[in-house]
Design a protein around this ligand. Sequence first.
Ligand SMILES: [Zn+2]
Length: 120
Amino acid sequence: MSLLEKLSNTLSETAKSLGKKSSEFVEISKLSLNAQKKQDKIQDKYEQIGKYVYSKLKRVSYITREELEPWINEINALEGDIDRLEKMALNIRNIKHCTYCNIELDDDANYCPLCGKYLN
Ligand SMILES: [Zn+2]
């Protein structure tokens, strides 16, 4: 489960228990949906790459990075977008997180346990 799905699900439970839909919940849901669409686009790109590689290697024995470059760039851009959406969700929820790898942290954490960056 992605970070956004997790945030969205937790909030969904909270909203249910309170018997109301908070604006926070609506905002996070929007971000989550947006991220899901981008994730679907990435899957499409993977499929296109797979088809391209398969049909090419059926005919010749090599493939170059240049041929796949446009897809690689598009996937990188989409991953960057998803990163930004996750950061926005963490900020809305006011959850302490590593700004480098986006993981959720304990309130009293000074260093990210994943990348080791100092966080103030
Ligand atoms: Zn980190």
